[in-house]
Design a protein around this ligand. Structure first.
Ligand code: ADE
Ligand code: ZN
Length: 326
């Protein structure tokens, strides 16, 4: 359709994307063979067929298991390079990518393995594809705050590659308040701050992310709609919510895409935009997330343009660079 063509053609930013969530079954299979790892799957198709989730945890279990095939610097290069190629294909001109250091350091893969792999792909993408890339170091919230503090310290040689810190993994029972100390440290170091909140967790967790962690953006935040005071705050302060439609559907945050509240949030004056979260696991990259909204929510051209312009304005790009795309 004309609207889908517009979505494909407009320059976009992606602000909520986990690099480990871009690991396609084909690459997982190939890396398992390369490193002589026995996967609990008989074929590439069997991997794909296993991607049926009933909540966040059932996804996280497969996502951490999948990441185990990432062993050497070339693996991390390949992973990053494949996603940045997708960005080029989909006219994503700027992307702010989360990576989970603890997923790798816990298995004995150190920063000096994955960071140089990422750096090589990012440099190549800048020069060959013209894609702009920022990195967000994301802490796993099911682990302790002390472990997060150690993870931030270990990143020190790579601080110049990192724009922000984030918070992801199992939300329920791991509230933002658990990570106040490490977020305060990160703020002092000059990092921007984001946190997943209000995906499976209650609006109270969104308040904590704002008031205790002092985040610049909230990842997901779709459950904010349950709290009218929070909605008023998010509107007044234009706190960005990085919404991920296909993710919410696949993780059963909603039962049907027709129930998704992104258009409601947009029409209520909140600064929301579309993101793919973990595209390999959730069945689509950024444009496919938009297409799902066009098909199921009758997204208008005006909505589309507003969502895309929010993706640029809510990015951490300097104002001058934003102007180029707005
Ligand atoms: N890690 C990767 N994707 C995630 C999500 N949607 N929520 C929490 N942690 C994640
Ligand atoms: Zn996420």
């Amino acid at each position: 359709s004309k609207l889908k063509q517009l979505i494909q053609q407009l320059p976009k930013a992606e602000l909520h994307l986990h690099i480990e969530g871009t690991l396609e079954p084909e690459l997982m299979w190939r890396l398992a063979q390369k490193h002589n790892i026995t996967l609990p799957f008989a074929s590439v198709e069997a991997i794909q067929d296993a991607y049926q989730f009933n909540n966040l945890q059932s996804f996280l279990d497969l996502y951490y298991q999948g990441a185990d095939v990432l062993r050497d610097e070339d693996d991390f290069f390949e992973l990053m390079w494949a996603y940045l190629g997708k960005c080029h294909e989909q006219n994503i001109v700027h992307t702010e990518i989360m990576f989970d250091p603890q997923t790798h350091t816990q298995r004995g893969i150190t920063y000096d393995v994955f960071m140089p792999g990422f750096a090589r792909a990012i440099d190549k993408a800048k020069t060959e594809l013209g894609v702009s890339v920022y990195l967000i170091l994301s802490f796993l919230r099911h682990l302790s705050e002390d472990n997060a503090i150690e993870t931030l310290q270990q990143a020190q040689p790579y601080y110049s590659m990192i724009t922000a810190v984030g918070l992801d993994s199992a939300e329920l029972h791991n509230p933002p308040s658990k990570f106040q100390g490490v977020f305060a440290q990160a703020a002092l170091l000059g990092f921007k701050l984001v946190a997943h909140a209000g995906e499976e967790g209650p609006p109270e967790y969104v308040w904590e992310a704002i008031n205790l962690l002092k985040v610049d953006r909230v990842d997901h935040g779709v459950r904010s709609i349950e709290d009218p005071k929070l909605m008023a705050y998010l509107k007044q302060h234009q706190v960005p919510l990085t919404v991920c439609p296909l993710s919410n559907l696949k993780l059963c945050v909603i039962d049907d895409m027709r129930e998704h509240n992104i258009v409601e949030l947009l029409n209520d004056g909140l600064r929301v935009m579309v993101n793919s979260d973990d595209p390999s696991y959730f069945g689509g990259y950024l444009n496919e997330n938009f297409y799902a909204l066009v098909d199921k929510l009758d997204l208008t051209e005006e909505d589309t343009v507003a969502l895309i312009s929010n993706s640029i304005s809510a990015s951490f790009l300097p104002d001058n660079d934003k102007q180029e795309w707005l």
